[in-house]
Design a protein around this ligand. Sequence first.
Ligand code: PNW
Length: 496
Amino acid sequence: MHITAKDLAALIPAGFTLGVATAAFQIEGALDEDGRGPAGWDTFAARPGAIVEGHSPVVATDHYHRMPQDVALLKQLGVDSYRFSFAWPRIQPGGTGPANRAGLAFYDRLLDELLANGISPMATIYHWDTPLELDEAGGWMNRDTAYRLGEYAALVAEAFGDRVARWVTINEPATVSANGYAFGLHSPGRELALGAFPTVHHQLLGHGLAVQALRAAKVPGEIGMTNVYSPMVPNSINPLDKISAGIMDLGQNRLYADPVLTGKYPDLIRAAKFFSSFEHPEEDMEIISQPLDFYGLNYYMPTKVAAGPGGGTVPSSMAEAMGSDLSATGSGATPFHVETWPEADITAYGWPVKPEYMAVALKEMAERYPNLPPVIITEGGASFEDIIVRDKSTNTRFIPDERRLKYLSDHLETALRATAPGGVAESVELLGYYVWSFLDNFEWSAGYNQPFGLLHVDFETLERTPKASYFWFQELIEERDLAAAADLAIAQAVVP
Ligand code: PNW
């Protein structure tokens, strides 16, 4: 069971943002329209074997043509805010030069539609759809791409600075470096293993340059970035398991968070061979660690780590790569692998459902980073196969996605309790929670087989159908607003 919407609403502090999130490449479709240039992802997705069952992102949810109806569904849902991303190849085809007016026009309409409906826009500048030309010039292996991102950020700041309430410079650089450059699972499909390290630094530099561009344009909105965070849990009290989890934590979490929040790569990373063979100006670190108005955290699950060779999965190959290199520093943990959680509920992706680790993530962030800015959970959610129940008498359809609903309720509850006074992460100022995702969409190399949406999308007809989780989120927001109105009435009554 999970807490009732009414009781959960009572835990929500004033001013807390409830939102839903998407990303351009996963929902828009219309890849060849209005002067959009190709993205690296367009060609990657067309490679045989790259995407599950050969699914194509060409149409996706067709949001590009259905934007007003989708905003109406956001309005009906009642969210305070909508997180979406600008498509770089729409706005700046080729990744350089002036803005494409037709590309800007789409986001002009989206922003105006959101504001007309009282929905606060949160915009991600870069959510993985690098223009193809930049990928062909090395993508994030090329330092130049960081400067291109900075210039593109200046274009969106100029065009949309008056309307965006919150800016996310980049989304999950860890996933781009690991899946795109180390293991070849995402665009651009490179398999560089530890040789992918420059892509970490260049993305973080791109983030810093984007912050500079937004500050220079004096945008009134709040500025932050988003990292994914997975607490690393040793499989046992065996010290080798503990060291293994520590190495995973370094490579997946701290590698991306430390530079942004402390201006320094972790010492163990600095001691590794791949680091010393990569030269970069020390001044980069100041650009990367500029003060942020908020820190975006995507939390989905913890990761259990064990010493010893695994079954040849991707995480274990990363573990081997990192372990063998870091072993030169004396850590001695080589190789290691990701373990399953036999007792946990498992999503369609195979991800363990462990809401208690939402609190661990927030607590670890607070302990590690004394100067942590206010935090926003910019993504959280679960993929489960949905069943459509048809009621013949009323000719209606119902999608009872109880497991997704419970996932969301439990995680939001845990985050709220952890950051409330007396909670394990009470020092964290938590500003909001965005559900991934508003609607089922193109889940990268998993195609359309991993539905995360509050809205079901029929990928034949493109029809949207609210799931039980959509109605639950709607009820939660209504209950919160009722409670706030009651508080206000009481406050007014006691004021003489
Ligand atoms: C995020 N992990 O990726 C992305 O920001 C979204 O575009 C994506 O659709 C969503 O989560 C669901 O996958 C992640 O291994 C990739 O913990 C990997 C992980 C988490 C999120």
